[in-house]
Design a protein around this ligand. Structure first.
Ligand code: SAH
Ligand code: SF4
Length: 374
């Protein structure tokens, strides 16, 4: 999601006459497009931003900007502008204003000095559709395409609904136009993006209908989507994976925990048995399809028994791969108010244990596949 947002920002700036520099030394302005999902990601940005020590105009953009708003200026006095994810369309104009105060325009060759003025924009609710049509792609043959923005699920540990706002769906016609534009630029592979793609709905067009429409586009060779939510994913989308010739035979289905008590406390909206039934149905429908997941260890009150249940599920599910995260308390979320967060050392131990377990499984699956090929 952030990679796509960075492209959008680059595209908007380029359209306004700015140039994207290859190295940070060459740049007059440095924009940090940021993630707040875990504290570690935020810490890295604060530290990296600090390393510029007033030599550049610094912009804090994305989820951290939304999280900290004007307080970001107190945390790092070198920041000149702060822009939340719903306000990225305003960046070129803001930057223009910042440079104007110094009598500098984007292309007059002056090197902008540090500003006295601080600007922030974090009140936006909707992104204008135009931002997705600026013709800037990092990759020459693959494009990320946002189908829905925000999230209304409020999993108790997650900051996304707070920083990216409620779930909104883009119009299916707009999505198809964007993909056609990408095809015209030589793109042949597409990844459809949303925090919960299965919930996609634009009038009569639901997620599987949209998949069919993308599959029918001439010029697309392969596409996939990211991320499915177990409470909304189902047989329809699995059949689409089986039947649509350009849709990749893989599914990322975040589990988060293998203990019902923890899943409930996470507000995930499904139980272990539902998850197992879902992957069973996926495997039956999409023969040989890849399956990956996300898991959080050390959620508040997670006992040894809960953790064992997660390990047991990992053994049973035999994921091709899993992203395993140590729980990170996010201010403002429901889980942040819960007592009994695990000690960092205990989280670390569980993280290592389950990582080793999954690595073993991934390796075994890979070697079986190689054997089968030979
Ligand atoms: N919308 C997607 C996930 C978005 S965040 C979904 O529901 O699956 C990506 C992953 O980060 C999540 O699946 C979760 O495993 C992890 N994550 C989110 N918040 C976290 C937190 N506070 N601490 C640790 N991991 C977290
Ligand atoms: Fe966060 Fe849950 Fe929404 Fe995913 S579905 S973005 S984990 S609140």
């Amino acid at each position: 999601m952030n990679v796509r947002d960075s492209e959008v920002i680059c595209g908007l700036l380029q359209k306004a006459g700015y140039r994207i520099s290859v190295t940070d030394q060459d740049a007059d302005v440095i924009i940090f497009n940021t993630c707040s999902v875990r504290k570690h990601a935020e810490d890295r940005v604060w530290s990296l931003m600090g390393s510029y020590k007033g030599s550049k105009i610094i912009g804090l953009v994305g989820c951290m900007a939304q999280n900290y708003k004007e307080q970001a200026f107190t945390r790092d006095a070198n920041i000149s502008f702060v822009v939340g994810p719903q306000d990225i369309d305003k960046i070129p104009k803001m930057l223009g204003k910042i440079l104007e105060t110094r009598g500098q325009s984007p292309n007059n060759g002056d090197s902008p000095r540090l500003l006295e003025r601080k600007i922030w924009e974090t009140e936006g609710k909707l992104r204008p559709e135009e931002i997705y049509h600026t013709d800037f792609y990092q990759d020459t043959n693959h494009a990320y395409v946002v189908i829905s923005e925000g999230c209304s699920n409020f999993c108790s540990y997650c900051v996304v609904p707070y920083v990216r706002g409620p779930l909104r769906h883009r119009k299916h016609q707009d999505i198809l136009i964007e993909i056609r534009e990408a095809i015209a630029r030589g793109i042949t592979k597409v990844t459809l993006l949303g925090q919960n793609v299965n919930a996609y709905q634009d009038n009569q067009v639901n997620f599987t209908k949209l998949l069919g429409q993308v599959n029918a586009l001439e010029g697309i060779k392969e596409f996939d989507f990211f991320t499915s939510h177990p409470k909304d994913a189902g047989v329809d989308s699995f059949k689409a994976i089986r039947d649509l010739d350009k849709l990749a035979k893989r599914l990322h289905l975040p589990l988060q925990s293998g203990a019902d008590r923890i899943l409930k406390s996470m507000n995930r909206g499904y139980a272990v048995k539902d998850y197992l039934a879902l992957i069973d149905s996926y495997r039956k429908i999409v023969k040989g399809g890849r399956l990956t997941t996300d898991i959080i260890v050390g959620f508040p009150t997670e006992t040894d028994q809960d953790f064992k249940e997660t390990c047991a599920l990992v053994k049973k599910a035999r994921f091709n791969a899993a992203y395993i995260f140590k729980y990170s308390s996010r201010p403002g979320t429901e889980a942040a108010k819960m007592a009994d967060e695990l000690k960092p050392g205990d989280k670390e131990k569980r993280h290592k244990k389950i990582l080793d377990l999954q690595r073993g499984i991934s390796k075994e699956i890979r070697s079986r596949q190689t054997d089968a090929k030979n």
